[in-house]
Design a protein around this ligand. Structure first.
Ligand code: GDP
Ligand code: IMO
Ligand code: MG
Length: 434
């Protein structure tokens, strides 16, 4: 039996989808355990180029079952649209399963996400506007609607009717929005319209809905290989990320056990996914961010534009402090280092091994709780030589240029964890296993 959690070690977009698609060839079950359609997992494989938001990245292997775990928040019409897109590409989605305990993202969650961001003004978090935060708020407040309600129309209607008066009161508390967003507000609080759209989506999704824990339990009993697919990364974890610039779920392995529905001790390995440099979408501190030609070159070569929102990703050098922080929280067995090929063009590469506080000269080797302290910390860099050679055709560790191997080995030292996989391109064949 082996259960491997695949977890983002940075700010998200490390290449988790790519790694899961690659590993899923040998897995019977892939489970998304948190987040919702804020995720954008791009998978490039022999079938094409796919952008997944909710659907787990094992979907392209017909013999692999894919479960949306109880910890995920699901926008049913968005899921139906994603399934339709896959169907258009020749995948019937018969290997998709949805936990009956997963919570729903409602139209008013999307609206509230937008209203809250508007009110934050200059302090906005830069969310994906997919309603993720408000959906988790309702889950914790014990007034959420779940997948199981979607297949019990009477329960769905009753819970929706119970929720809307409160939502209308909350929305009325944003008077500035009443005129500008009148149409969105009407649509997101229209009981009949929501019920029609959601129950129609529920009818479409009903054949995929299962007792998620039962499915996982059977799979464990049979000794199958299971992958737990993370969303986002440690630095956006609700508890451990750069609060408040975080998401509303737990990308780290603690969240995997809870959100997939299996015992924590069943997780045999945790594979951290880290990019060979740093990117982030959304606001908050990013100590190694580059607003110069190097940053542009990273964005350009790495095609660093958000999969979900199209926003240009903020780019910078590799931050070994952030990854080490993630190592301590996630307990990686090893790390998959992606996008090494993006660095092919650089004559020298910087790595932040620590931060320094200009206020008092203190050196930091962990991530501070205080966002205002973190904002002012400056990276302490070490410089490594670039290799200025094309790595995209390398298929073995030995084929990589010596300077590229030295770079990987230095990151390995700084993380105190072996780097087991080195990715030199988005395709399955471009994964070097050491
Ligand atoms: P995720 O959210 O962690 O799944 O990552 P994303 O899919 O949002 O972003 C990673 C992007 O990098 C995707 O477009 C991948 O196709 C691409 N990618 C993954 N690994 C590599 C690699 O080794 N080299 C290059 N050039 N692109 C990669
Ligand atoms: P994957 O799974 C990168 C960021 C948003 C914002 C913060 C909170 O592809 O790595 P949310 O909409 O979750 O309330 O936004 O998190 N964010 C992501 N950044 N990749 C993602 O997913 C993200 N999902 C959310 O930009 O800063
Ligand atoms: Mg992504």
């Amino acid at each position: 039996m082996s259960v491997i959690a695949v977890v983002g070690a940075q700010w998200g977009d490390e290449g988790k989808g790519r790694v899961v698609d690659y590993l899923a060839e040998d897995a019977e079950l892939v489970i998304r355990y948190g987040g919702g359609n804020n995720a954008g997992h791009t998978v490039v494989n022999p079938h094409g180029h796919f952008k997944l938001h909710l659907i787990p990245s094992g979907i392209f292997h017909p013999g692999t079952r894919n479960l949306l775990g109880n910890g995920v928040v699901i926008n049913p019409p968005a899921l139906v649209a994603e399934l339709d897109g896959l169907r258009g590409a020749g995948f019937d989605g018969d290997n998709l399963f949805i936990s009956d305990r997963a919570h729903l993202v409602m139209p008013y969650h999307v609206l509230l996400d937008q209203l809250e961001e508007r009110e934050r003004g200059a302090g906005k978090l830069g969310t994906t506007s997919r309603g993720i935060g408000p959906a988790y708020v309702d889950k914790v407040a014990r007034r959420g609607l779940r997948v199981i309600d979607l297949v019990e129309p009477e329960t769905f209607r009753a819970r929706l009717a119970a929720a809307l008066p409160r939502i209308r009161r909350v929305v009325a508390g944003y008077p500035g929005a009443a005129d500008e967003m009148a149409d969105e507000i009407d649509a997101a609080t229209d009981e009949a319209r929501i019920a029609d759209a959601y129950l129609a989506a529920g009818t479409r999704l009903a054949r995929h809905v299962v007792d998620g824990q039962g499915l996982v339990d059977e799979s464990l009993e049979r000794g199958e290989r299971i992958l737990l697919e993370g969303q986002l990364g440690t630095m956006r974890d609700l508890d451990w990320g750069i609060y408040p610039y975080v998401t509303s779920s737990s990308p780290i392995p603690g969240g995997a056990s809870l959100g997939a529905g299996l015992p924590a001790v069943a997780i045999d390995q945790v594979l951290g996914v880290a990019k060979a440099y740093t990117t982030a979408v959304g606001a908050g501190p990013l100590p190694t961010e580059l607003e110069d030609a190097d940053g542009e070159l990273l964005r350009d070569r790495g095609q660093e534009y958000g999969t979900s929102t199209g926003r240009a990703r903020r780019c910078g050098w590799y931050d070994a402090v952030a990854v080490r922080f993630s190592v301590r929280l996630a307990g990686y067995s090893s790390i998959a280092l992606t996008k090494v090929d993006v660095l092919d063009a650089f004559d020298r590469i910087l790595v932040a091994r620590a931060y320094r506080d200009p206020a008092d000269g203190r050196e930091w080797t962990t991530v501070p709780a205080s966002t205002s302290v973190y904002e002012r910390l400056e990276p302490v860099y070490e410089e490594l030589p670039g290799w200025q050679a094309d790595t995209t055709a390398c298929r073995t560790w030995a084929e990589l240029p010596a300077a590229a191997r030295a770079y990987v080995e230095r990151l390995e030292e700084l993380a105190s964890v072996p780097i087991s996989h080195v990715s030199v391109g988005p395709e399955r064949a471009q994964m070097i296993v050491r």
